[in-house]
Design a protein around this ligand. Structure first.
Ligand SMILES: Cc1cc2nc3c(=O)[nH]c(=O)nc-3n(C[C@H](O)[C@H](O)[C@H](O)COP(=O)(O)O)c2cc1C
Length: 388
């Protein structure tokens, strides 16, 4: 287990000089759950409600977790394991492992180094990173920090389309110019969910934290509501994306386009038909519509609905190397983690994010070896135990 704290993989330049928490990860923090428990002591109630909360009764938040737990691995023995690895092929690149960092907004509320620390850690650990439209750091600064690192994983940009097409076009151009390699359009949040914990606490962004990449976006033209009209349907939702925008978006960019937030196999089929380059099966970590199925439950249907080699990623509740292995067995090419790395960030900045990634990757290697899998290409649905 000495490999678990594998800092030798990290370039010396990635730790910002003022990261105060370099040595402060308590010795007992050895799992992603430990990171969560420790992060609760580092974040104030406002930030905790934001980062850890979900929508409604948080039924989907819990379902995501319990669905991975409910699956059992059915290992094979005495398989040749030497020379094994966690590499995968994704959108024309070879990645060291199948773990990416999901887009999470406002990371400077978790740690002053925010998205920059996350980007350095992802690069050092060869993990993909998806920067949120609602990042609290300029997209150019994040790209500049890591884009030249030849060992880094893919750098993608998550897009929330705004009401102003001109602004959207300019944002996409900035993203392309900065060196991002794919656009991830989030499609499961035309409005935010009923995030009760935030509402109870009267959540506020921390001072100095804002969606800096949306600076210059004018206010949404607000039609005067008539008596009996809905503030949501007749107001806010006037300009939310539809399938027609997917075609528009594809025409705006040379970058591959992925949709994030797909739960229905018919939507997956339609996306593939429209030439979308990949799908992220996601329910937004249970933060939008509560009581949706767990992502582990819908993943096999979506795999069956699209071509065998159609890029499919999944997130929601992935906390263990065994969860990653199960996701691959159910048909995912790669997984994303959200809250766990933000807890790592809160705990120790870039070092904490890197620690989370290292833990998960090491657990994945162990799970593969103990299941009799040398490579992820060998992992199939047969690895999931089926009761007679
Ligand atoms: C605090 C927080 C902020 C998030 N912000 C975004 C966002 O800006 N864009 C987006 O597409 N998803 C966002 N997500 C959803 C994540 O990308 C991801 O789908 C989810 O966190 C995965 O579940 P997990 O946290 O259980 O790993 C956010 C999630 C959290 C927890």
């Amino acid at each position: 287990m000495s490999k678990v704290i594998g800092w030798e993989h990290m370039s010396s330049s990635f730790v910002a000089p003022h990261v105060p928490a370099l040595a402060s990860l308590p010795a007992g923090v050895i799992t992603l759950q430990d990171h969560e428990t420790h992060a609760r002591t580092r974040l104030d109630d406002n930030a905790w409600a934001y980062f850890s909360g979900g929508a409604g009764d948080e039924i989907t938040v819990r379902a995501n977790r319990s669905a991975w737990d409910a699956l059992q691995l059915h290992p094979r023995i005495l398989q040749p394991l030497a020379g094994g690895h966690t590499r995968i092929e994704l959108l024309g690149r070879t990645l060291a492992h199948p773990i990416l960092l999901a887009p999470v907004a406002y990371q400077r509320m978790a740690h002053p180094d925010g998205e920059l620390a996350t980007a350095h850690a992802a690069a050092a650990l060869g993990a993909g990173m998806i920067l949120s439209t609602l990042a609290s750091t300029k997209l150019e600064a994040v790209a500049q920090a890591v884009v030249q690192d030849k060992d880094r994983g893919p750098l993608w940009f998550q897009l929330y389309l705004q009401h102003d097409q001109g602004f959207n076009r300019a944002l996409i151009q900035r993203v392309e110019q900065a060196g991002y390699e794919a656009l991830v359009l989030t499609v499961d949040a035309p409005t935010s969910g009923a995030r009760d914990r935030e509402r109870r606490i009267n959540f506020r962004l921390a001072p100095g934290v804002s969606a800096v990449n949306l600076a210059g976006l004018g206010p949404m033209p607000a039609p005067a509501l008539q008596l009996g009209q809905s503030a949501l349907f007749d107001g806010l939702l006037q300009s939310t994306p539809t399938w027609a925008d997917i075609e528009w978006l594809k025409a705006q960019t040379r970058l591959p386009l992925l949709l994030k937030g797909v739960l229905h196999e018919d939507d997956a089929r339609q996306a593939a038909k429209l030439g979308v380059d990949g799908i992220i099966v996601s329910n937004h970590g249970g933060r939008t519509l509560d009581t949706t199925p767990a992502t582990a439950a819908v993943l096999p249907r979506i795999r069956n609905a699209v071509a065998k080699d159609f890029p499919l990623l999944v997130d929601g509740g992935i906390r263990r190397g065994t969860d990653v292995l199960k996701a691959i067995a159910l048909g995912a090419d790669a997984v994303l983690i959200g809250r766990p790395y933000v807890y790592g960030l809160a705990n120790a900045g870039a070092v904490g994010v890197a620690h989370v990634l290292r833990l998960l990757r090491d657990e994945l290697e162990m799970a593969m070896a103990l299941s009799g899998c040398r490579t992820l290409a060998q992992v199939s649905p047969a690895l999931i135990f089926k009761q007679d």
